[in-house]
Design a protein. Structure first.
Length: 157
């Protein structure tokens, strides 16, 4: 009498097919969740830029704004940087977005408390590095925009 312990090839193929079907259903949801998380991170970076620029203008820039992330990371004598270490300079890539800040308008004739140039307005952008995601922008109004070309578009908050 023989003992037939184990699985047949058909049983293994059925299990593999079931796993494939479950993966086909789950992976798109996982990718959407990841994209949503990256977009939330970009929006958070825009909020951090707005907060840092408001603090900079009130305490250091005499009502004017920093011209770059590097300026926001340059502390005044004996002080601390105006923005966190996760945004050290323009062009930093964070959660698949390239983050930049640009001073706009005519440069002011004053210098800030950290001896850097200041501007009356600014634009912050979060530009995607992957296809299929939204871009974001902000300015001195504090509004965060969903944008396609760097120009303010639809407000998202």
């Amino acid at each position: 009498m023989k003992s037939n312990k184990g699985f047949t090839l058909i049983e293994l193929l059925i299990v593999v097919a079931i796993i494939g079907i479950i993966a086909a259903i789950a992976i798109p949801g996982l990718l959407r969740a990841r994209q949503s998380g990256n977009e939330a991170s970009a929006i958070g970076s825009m909020r951090a830029i707005n907060s840092a620029q408001a603090t900079y203008a009130a305490s250091c820039g005499q009502g004017f704004y920093a011209v770059s992330l590097t300026s926001l990371n340059t502390p005044p004598a004996g002080g601390t940087p105006f923005i966190g270490p996760d945004l050290p300079s323009n062009g930093v890539i964070k959660s698949t977005y390239t983050i930049t800040v640009t001073g706009t308008g005519t440069a002011a004739t004053i210098t800030s408390c950290n001896n850097l140039a200041v501007h009356p307005t600014y634009t912050g952008t979060a530009v995607r590095t992957q296809v299929g995601m939204r871009n974001f922008a902000t300015d001195q109004s504090g509004t965060i925009f969903d944008t396609t070309n760097g120009a303010p578009g639809t407000p998202i908050q």
